[in-house]
Design a protein around this ligand. Structure first.
Ligand SMILES: NC(=O)c1ccc[n+]([C@@H]2O[C@H](COP(=O)([O-])OP(=O)(O)OC[C@H]3O[C@@H](n4cnc5c(N)ncnc54)[C@H](O)[C@@H]3O)[C@@H](O)[C@H]2O)c1
Length: 433
């Protein structure tokens, strides 16, 4: 069984499926096609499937030109019909893993995907989970569902976990050149999963188990969350002590060893850093272990939008103005620079908090034409000298590279700069984080 899968992977005649065609799944599908595999995407969203089939990319890192060429040549296809999984030699699962309102893991998307795979599982097939999740998911949740069909892992079919580390918008590191960590349920599962990725990615890093591979991703993202939490706390502390945290970090970063700079900001955003560490703390709690760093970093980071709102209030106060009735223009609502993703974005919290305090809020973001949350529905505004002059305060919340920050500085009566875009500029109208 593994011989024929090995053969198909090696000569790239294998048919590879990707379930979930988002920021992670679509770039992976394209890498499979680039390597010469026939790649089929399955997504519950018919609009996304139609776009893929029409060669229209909705993920910034995937060029429409390349996608349309692959779609035209029949090397990429997308469908909502899970029946295609029967033809697949490999299936990668890239569905969302959000938190529930109670901050517990919501693995329902993984369960839904596996429930579609299980009745179509066939001998010689390899299944790889890429969604970020708690250690144990692959073996405790997925394996029993697949083996219930009567096939045995490592002998009849293969199962592995490989965390996705893609960083949307990163011009240097993309799916292909980010080393891929892989852990299989059995050594044969690891070997075949590695073989699959080696066909299309530059570097593959094996680990001893699925549980280890799951934990690797959570260590990486917890590391970021905790360090950002630390530096956010230092920013608050420096403000109280009348010091410039940005200058302190830049000077510390000149140390050539033992220090890695992290920067404060208006809060965490995106589908990963604010979410993933809680997958780990939830699982740790089930083992009777309290993950204190994760909880503390979560508390500090989630308070940052409130701190930014307080900073706006303080800046306005200096001008004898109240938040209530002031016009606040937020520049940047994507959670990080040069992307269009607003999931968990702290800018949305800042807009909601200030609006709740009576401000007249608006935003500009070249990547995000409109935002809609439970409490907010806004269309983006053009960034002009007039719109900047009209605002009582401009909040720079995301450091998009295409923004004319000099123009903002020329016309804004007050600026709260949460990203240090005005590094080194001494101007009484600028309030830094
Ligand atoms: N976005 C990132 O930067 C990033 C980076 C690394 C890892 N991850 C992880 O990768 C996973 C996917 O994240 P994403 O950002 O690509 O999500 P996404 O929301 O961009 O895409 C997920 C896709 O899955 C589809 N989907 C949902 N349920 C489905 C089902 N049952 N069957 C088929 N399709 C289904 C959705 O319609 C959507 O198109 C998550 O676990 C995330 O934590 C994300």
């Amino acid at each position: 069984m593994s011989m024929s899968l090995e053969q198909k992977l090696s000569d790239r005649s294998a048919h590879l499926g990707v379930i979930g065609l988002g920021y992670v799944g679509l770039p992976l599908l394209v890498e499979f096609a680039r390597a010469g595999f026939k790649a089929i995407g399955v997504d519950v969203d018919p609009a996304r499937c139609a776009k893929v089939n029409d060669g229209v990319s909705y993920v910034k890192d995937v060029p429409s030109k390349e996608l349309s060429a692959f779609a035209r040549e029949g090397r990429i296809r997308a469908t909502t019909d899970f029946e295609v999984l029967r033809e697949m030699d490999g299936v990668n699962i890239c569905v969302p893993t959000p938190l529930r309102k109670s901050r517990d893991p919501d693995v329902s998307y993984i369960v839904a995907a596996v429930d579609e795979i299980a009745p179509r599982l066939h001998p010689g097939q390899i299944i790889i989970l890429e969604s970020t999740t708690y250690p144990g998911t692959t073996e405790e949740l997925i394996l029993p569902k697949l083996e219930a069909e009567g096939l045995t892992v490592g002998r009849d079919f293969y199962l592995a976990f490989s965390p996705e580390r893609v960083d949307p918008g990163n011009p240097v590191y993309q799916t292909r050149n980010i080393p891929k960590v892989v852990g299989g349920v059995t050594p044969e599962c690891t070997r075949l999963a590695m073989l699959l990725y080696k066909q299309c990615l530059d570097t593959v890093v094996p680990v001893s188990s699925t549980r280890t591979a799951e934990m690797v991703k959570l260590l990486e993202n917890t590391f970021r969350s905790v360090n950002i939490g630390l530096v956010n706390e230092l920013a608050l502390m420096s403000d109280k002590m009348g010091m410039d945290v940005w200058e302190i970090i830049d000077a510390a970063a000149t140390k050539p060893f033992g220090f890695m700079p992290f920067y404060p900001g208006p809060g965490l955003g995106g589908h990963c850093i604010p979410v993933d560490p809680f997958y780990l703390s939830w699982k740790a709690r089930a083992s009777g272990f309290e993950a204190r760093f994760i909880e503390l970093a979560g508390q500090v980071n989630s308070q940052m939008p409130y701190y930014v709102a307080a900073r706006v209030a303080r800046a306005l106060n200096g001008e004898k103005k109240a938040v209530n009735g002031s016009r606040i223009l937020v520049v940047g609502v994507a959670y990080k620079a040069d992307i269009d993703d607003v999931r968990e974005s702290p800018s949305l919290d800042i807009l909601e908090i200030l609006r709740g305090q009576g401000a007249e809020v608006s935003y500009h973001d070249p990547y995000v034409p409109q935002v809609r949350t439970d409490h907010l529905s806004l269309a983006g505004q053009p960034l002009t000298a007039e719109s900047v002059k009209r605002a009582d305060c401009v909040v720079v919340a995301t450091a998009h590279s295409g923004i004319d920050y000099d123009m903002i500085l020329q016309h804004a009566p007050l600026i709260v700069d949460t990203r240090n875009v005005y590094k080194g500029r001494r101007d009484p109208r600028i309030a830094r984080l």
